[in-house]
Ligand binder design. Structure first.
Ligand code: SAM
Length: 227
């Protein structure tokens, strides 16, 4: 990893746990080997306005776009073995492996601040469609695909009935995943199994949504359908 935690932290650790920056919380979680909970991360993120400002940029440089917490990782881990597509620096797969989940992380590593650190030594540098062909039969995880990317809908189309897709990001018209992704979920018969909030920066509302291809949506776990 190129950046040291010291160069990234906000320097407010001395103020105590309740005032830790998101970076300080993540560094502590990594060193303790146990991810922080939703509440702790969300309270810390909420202290940074202006979409997270400088802190968000420093966070993304080290960990990526999505903010993983214990509850969300536990839910995703239930769906292993997994194939993570567009994994960036591999931080989500890093945590999922810590939880004993069998996960292969892939990303073509286009340029960007979120691709500089490597949390895994074996991340496979391929695009999503190629990865799906290389590792068939695994359930799929995608976290914060770009809002202009076409690969999420290509993946949805190619997944087989019964396969599960875990998507972390904003809803339609949000900052990630284009509308074509959501419409192809409907066209390809995906139904929602779960939805829950994930820690989010100011003016961002991220969710984990779990879908299965060929599954009717359950109204109990589907407060809004999005498609
Ligand atoms: C917004 S970043 C999110 C990265 C990571 N999931 C995170 O939360 O930090 C989008 C990622 O999509 C990757 N990407 C670009 N084209 C792709 C493709 N054809 N297939 C899979 N991933 C792709 C980029 O390299 C980048 O890492």
């Amino acid at each position: 990893m190129k950046d040291s935690p010291e160069s990234l932290g906000r320097g407010d650790a001395a103020l105590g746990r309740g005032r830790e920056s998101p970076i300080e919380i993540m560094e502590r979680s990594v060193s303790e080997g146990s991810p922080a909970g939703f509440g702790e991360l969300q309270s810390s993120l909420a202290r940074y306005d202006n979409c997270g400002g400088e802190m968000r940029i420093r966070y993304a440089r080290r960990y990526g776009y999505g903010v993983p917490c214990r509850e969300v990782l536990d839910l995703i881990a239930r769906y292993g073995p997994l194939l993570e597509l567009g994994a960036g620096n591999g931080f989500w797969s890093f945590w999922l492996r810590r939880k004993g989940c069998d996960v292969i992380a892939t990303d073509p590593k286009e340029g960007g601040m979120h691709n500089r650190n490597n949390w895994l030594s074996d991340l496979v540098e391929v695009g999503a469609v190629e990865a799906l062909g290389m590792y068939p039969g695994r359930n799929v995880l995608m976290v914060w695909p770009h809002y202009h990317s076409t690969w999420p809908s290509d993946v949805v189309q190619r997944m087989k009935p019964g396969q599960v897709l875990c998507y972390v990001g904003e809803r339609p018209f949000g900052c990630c995943a284009p509308l074509t992704f959501f419409s192809s979920l409907k066209r390809n018969g995906f139904g929602m199994l779960h939805r829950r909030r994930t820690p989010s920066w100011d003016k961002v509302t991220d969710y984990l949504t779990v879908y299965r291809k060929g599954e009717a949506s359950s109204s109990r776990d589907a407060p809004c359908r999005w498609y």
